[in-house]
Write a protein of this length. Structure first.
Ligand code: FAD
Length: 381
């Protein structure tokens, strides 16, 4: 009998983690990605101790910690006066209290490390899933290039516009949240030449908008900002459009001189719509299961969207290892029972954009160790 096979659609941060962890659990896994390659696109990302403990299992924790910046604090400051609103200890405190480092890193660098953790030959680029059919005994996948693949179960890690979510729940566009994000990477040397002193990880806030800024490398030669700014409708085609210093100066009029200096130092600024969905009524059906943004997309303000996708992948691997693939239905139920509450809570807090604005205790997020969590089969877990 041929070994049972798992197909993962999407090799983003969630799909890559799920693939590598399922492979380490002994499953035969192929990952299908629509892109023809991955490049180092301009964005940073936070990886909290909750994810670093999962990376430990993947053997990439040290490399991520070495490449990224490890801020001593998450600082929140009033956007206009610069007064500190909170100083959330990270650095040594995070390593001691939460069991791993808190890292901010370039998204492309992180992704490369995650992709390298997959078994060679199991990631297939240029495979855009177009058709999917679960006939009860297996799932047939058809890709845009006309090729096909049959698997025992399929994991939809294909992001906010997930084709697998569509197969489970029908075609429905995500909600535009009413906010956009501006993003830019700035060379450290540019900031130095302009005499701008920055902090390693700081969020500048006023009532309806903010700018989050941090280093993306351990050498601190690259600084990144990402904003949240109200904007009535996303009237553009595509995932992002170019923005400008002028537009950002208008959006951040009255903000602190450091914020003005960051805008002046940014050469290429892009603008992205912030999208989300309400919690889905189901996470799996038949032989298909969802994770990450395919399942619970959120506004990015807690810097935990990818973290939840990676935690999902780790929990799915753990649950399927527990039940075996023959009893995948029990595995899917166990997975949802042990993920839904946490992912939905993070989704709600992230959408509300309140996280760490005041001196709150982040231990429920950062201190969480997925492998210490006792599995509960209760749907309300
Ligand atoms: P994705 O990363 O979207 O990956 C989906 C993959 O599936 C893609 O590679 C795509 O090409 C592929 N795919 C899609 N359709 C198909 C198809 N039909 N066939 C084959 N392949 C397909 N999260 C954090 O944890 N920390 C942060 O600091 C952070 N900052 C953010 C800042 C911004 C501005 C935004 C917008 C998001 C941020 N997030 C952050 C959230 C994070 O980016 C997402 O939650 C995360 O990328 C979700 O991962 P995923 O693997 O579920 O989906």
């Amino acid at each position: 009998m041929s070994p049972q096979k798992i197909a993962i659609i999407g090799a983003g941060l969630g799909g890559a983690a799920a693939g590598a962890l399922l492979q380490r659990a002994g499953f035969s896994v192929d990952v299908f990605e629509q892109a023809d390659a991955f490049s180092r696109l301009g964005a940073g990302i936070h990886m909290g101790p909750n994810v670093m403990k999962i990376f430990r299992r993947l053997g990439i924790e040290d490399a991520v910690a070495r490449l990224g910046s490890q801020p001593d604090f998450w600082l929140s400051r009033d956007g206009a006066s610069g007064d500190y609103l909170s100083r959330i200890p990270l650095g040594d405190f995070a390593r001691r209290e939460y069991g791993a480092a808190y890292v901010t890193i370039h998204r492309g660098d992180l992704h490369e490390l995650q992709i390298a953790a997959l078994q060679p030959g199991t990631l297939h680029f240029d495979k855009r899933l177009t058709e999917i059919e679960d006939d009860g005994a297996g799932v047939d996948l058809t890709f845009a290039d006309g090729t096909r693949h049959r698997a025992d179960i399929v994991v939809g890690a294909d992001g906010i516009n997930s084709r697998i979510r569509e197969a489970l729940l029908g075609v429905e566009k995500p909600n535009y949240s009413g906010w956009v994000a501006h993003r830019a990477l700035i060379p450290g040397a540019t900031l130095e030449a302009a005499g701008i002193t920055v902090e390693p990880c700081v969020k500048w806030w006023t009532e309806d908008r903010h700018m989050m800024a941090y280093y993306t490398t351990s050498t601190r030669d690259e600084y990144y900002f990402v904003t949240g700014v109200p904007h009535p409708a996303w009237e553009f085609d595509g995932n992002s459009v170019p923005s400008s210093r002028e537009e950002m100066h208008a959006a951040f009029a009255g903000y602190h001189p450091v914020v003005q200096g960051l805008i002046d130092s940014a050469d290429e600024i892009s603008k992205w719509p912030l999208l989300n969905r309400s919690p889905l009524p189901l996470w799996s059906r038949g032989r298909m299961v969802l994770l990450g943004d395919a399942c619970h997309p959120m506004k990015p303000h807690m810097a935990q969207g990818a973290a939840m996708a990676i935690e999902d992948g780790a929990m799915l691997a753990r649950c399927l290892a527990e039940t075996g693939l023959t009893d995948f239905a029990a595995g899917f139920q166990l997975y949802e029972a042990n993920r839904r509450e946490r992912a939905s809570r993070v989704q709600a807090v992230s959408n509300a954009n309140t996280w760490l604005r005041t001196q709150e205790d982040p231990a429920w997020v950062f201190g969480y160790d997925l492998y210490e969590h006792a599995l509960s089969s209760d749907a309300a877990a």
